[in-house]
Design a protein around this ligand. Structure first.
Ligand code: NAP
Length: 323
């Protein structure tokens, strides 16, 4: 088979479309003929050498895909060969074939074409697992940072569908319009003092739940606009790993900080999350409550171009590689 291989850590020019051995499914595994693979910000970090795959995972990039089951390993009864699937992967998606745990394969949502479905799983799994951990309630106000991104554009729609009041941040006027179109009630320019605007938009109370992709650089401001009993969920560190936490402020708000990474979760947790995606989120697509994000399609062999586009910050929604 052919796959995108990163010859050495660095820029997109290190990515080449290369002949590699086709993997064989072992016990509990499924071999998928890839139709499409979603591009995630983590892929950029892995390409640069800053985000190694977990032990045992493929070192080929790619955390999600859609495709058709080619064959299954010992003990696998579901899914079956020939069936369409969407899969959450520990790696390997930027290839013509990829191995997935059978428990991380689900049927695509009805009415969404297989290529578009290739970019749905990672964001859906990230958002549903963290909103569940935070016990997000429909009566609450949620702030979504990076609302126009792959994760953010799903999070806005899902929180809106739940009935929450949704605040979001984005960097440009067109991206703020996009967030409004997804269902955000208030959209803020992240170049401004968004923490003041969050308080102003909530009568001084703040957001009950904040989904943060920035990390250290936004920690203080996030705490400044967290409501009493609020939950700050940190899923990204685009503005740094190490920050200073004002414990007194957190304590006064009876606040909780949650930080999770999806890729390194134990298999049973990933299986439960994929099941939640299929049983609770796919019906939202099927009922028209949410729609796939704006999707930019790029041929898999041109994955370097997809990385350049994501790194430029010019895209919104999801970039999907088509096999
Ligand atoms: N922990 C996990 O399990 C997990 C899983 C998936 C993703 N993630 C992380 O979640 C983040 C988003 O992933 P993605 O795939 O959705 O990436 P993406 O599509 O590239 O989105 C990144 C977002 O960050 C926003 N952003 C950049 N600078 C910002 C700032 N100063 N203030 C507010 N927002 C800012 C961008 O906003 P504009 O486009 O408006 O500039 C963009 O919407 C990444 O950090 C990724 O590593 C974590």
């Amino acid at each position: 088979m052919r796959a995108i291989v990163v010859s050495s850590p660095g820029g997109p020019e290190q990515m080449t479309w290369t002949e590699v051995p086709t993997p064989e499914p072992g016990p509990g595994e499924v071999l998928i003929r890839v139709a499409a693979a979603g591009v995630n910000r983590a892929d950029l970090l892995q390409r640069q050498g800053h985000y190694p795959p977990p032990p045992g995972a493929s070192d080929i990039l790619g955390l999600e895909c859609s495709g058709v089951v080619e064959s299954v390993g010992p003990g696998v009864t579901i899914p079956t060969p020939g069936g369409p699937v969407v899969a959450l992967l520990p790696g390997g998606g930027y290839a013509e074939y990829v191995l997935a745990a059978a428990t991380c394969c689900v049927t695509p949502p009805a009415g969404v074409d297989l290529v578009t479905a290739g970019g749905l799983m990672e964001a859906a799994a990230t958002v549903v697992s963290n909103f569940d951990t935070a016990r997000l309630d429909p009566s609450e106000t949620v702030l979504i940072h990076g609302g126009a991104g792959g994760v953010g554009s799903f999070a806005i729609q899902y929180a809106h569908a739940l009935g929450c009041r949704v605040l979001a941040t984005a960097g440009t006027p067109d991206k703020r319009d996009y967030c409004r179109g997804l269902g955000a009630d208030v959209v803020l320019d992240y170049h401004d003092a968004w923490w003041d605007e969050v308080r102003a938009a909530t009568d001084g109370r703040g957001a009950d739940v904040i989904l943060d992709v920035l990390g250290a650089g936004a920690l203080e401001h996030n705490l400044n606009c967290l409501a009493p009993d609020g939950r700050l969920i940190i899923i990204g560190t685009q503005k740094g790993n190490r920050g200073t936490l004002d414990i007194g402020r957190l304590l006064a708000r009876r606040g909780t900080i949650i930080a999770t990474g999806l890729r390194g979760r134990p298999p049973a947790q990933k299986a439960a999350i994929c099941h939640a995606v299929a049983t609770r989120l796919w019906p939202l697509y099927e009922g028209g409550d949410i729609t796939p994000p704006a999707t930019t399609l790029i041929p898999l062999a041109d994955a370097a171009r997809a990385h350049e586009l994501l790194e430029s910050g010019a895209s919104h929604g999801k970039i999907v590689l088509v096999a």
